[in-house]
Design a protein around this ligand. Structure first.
Ligand code: KG4
Length: 304
């Protein structure tokens, strides 16, 4: 639906949430073989995200909790991502018994950040992007290359046949010791490159080579900064989640770098990298298990 417009259209996203929410909820209950009356707590994403879409889920969750006399919890979207690498897929279950303190890379279309997870539910942000997110850079670079939205998966596929050393795109902030990221310069450099070499757009080999080169530039920055943060903080584990964590090169390069540095790597299962409610509900259960008190019932969405 959104690909026709080259990006997510907030109004359409909100309407689709409204249309899909009850059928998805019914299907989830049927598949889990749970009656509504058995539910102790309802959780919904509180933010960050698009206000229209957030408000549909949040208000529906509060209404369900009220009707079922259940507790209601608003969950921070990024906090849930931090714990998704500890979920085993199909059916999703928490694997927190194996939890280790870690540096966590969250990398999606809207966010790129490094977080130090000191223990279960105790974490703080080390750095994040100062402009575009890595997924946004994949999507915008792909648009310039004539690929449909979202372009990350297409770049990933094309890069398989391309030469990642064909073009030397910048690796913004790769050598800086802080944990922030910047990807807008990389996007601009691709735009200028294509402006100066328009004929390359019709050359299939050149498009594959550019896809591989762009992907390598993004992945190099993500891997280098993640490893550096883990070494500085002396943590023995790195985790990664978010849509871009589906990327094959990122998964492979993180695995290689972690093996070299003898750091344990835990990647979210591909089915749980993108936004999902398993991570929201598993985090909620963990919070209740550890005596979480605030039921957030009078809270509102926090889009920012
Ligand atoms: O976490 P996510 O589903 O949603 C939000 O950003 O909210 O992430 C979507 C992002 C998009 O930018 C998409 O292009 C990117 O993840 N993505 C990928 C791949 N699969 C999804 N980027 C690179 N390689 C992939 N295989």
């Amino acid at each position: 639906m959104h690909s026709d417009y080259g990006g997510v259209v907030p109004e359409l996203a909100a309407r689709e949430h409204l249309r899909n929410l009850l059928p998805v909820t019914r299907t989830a209950l049927t598949e889990a073989q749970v009656e509504a009356g058995q539910i102790d707590a309802v959780a919904a994403t509180q933010g960050p995200g698009l206000p229209g879409a957030l408000i549909v889920g949040f208000k529906a969750g509060q209404a369900m909790a009220f009707a079922l006399h259940a507790r209601f919890v608003g969950i921070h979207h990024h906090e849930a991502h931090l714990y998704s690498p500890w979920i085993a897929a199909d059916p999703p279950q928490a694997g927190f018994s194996q939890f280790e303190p870690n540096v966590s890379l969250i990398v999606s279309g809207g966010h790129t950040m490094l977080v130090h997870v000191e223990s279960l539910l105790k974490h703080h942000v080390l750095g994040s992007t100062v402009d575009d997110a890595a997924g946004e850079c994949f999507d915008k670079a792909g648009k310039l290359l004539g690929l449909p939205y979202p372009a990350g998966p297409a770049i990933d596929r094309l890069a398989e046949q391309g030469n990642s050393r064909a073009y030397d795109f910048p690796r913004p902030m790769i050598n800086e010791s802080h944990d922030d990221f910047s990807f807008s310069g990389l996007k601009t450099s691709i735009r200028y490159f294509l402006r100066d070499h328009p004929s390359l757009l019709d050359d299939r080999k050149a498009v594959s080579d550019r896809s591989a080169s762009v992907q390598t530039a993004i992945v190099d920055v993500l891997v280098t900064k993640t490893i550096r943060a883990a070494k500085r903080l002396r943590v023995g584990c790195i985790t990664a989640s978010g849509g871009v964590t589906c990327n094959r090169a990122l998964r492979e390069q993180l695995a290689d770098a972690c093996a070299r540095e003898q750091i344990h790597l835990r990647l979210a299962d591909k089915s749980l990298c993108t936004n999902n409610t398993a991570m929201i509900s598993i985090l909620t259960k963990q919070k209740f298990t550890t005596g979480f008190k605030d039921d957030y019932s009078d809270h509102e969405i926090l889009p920012n």
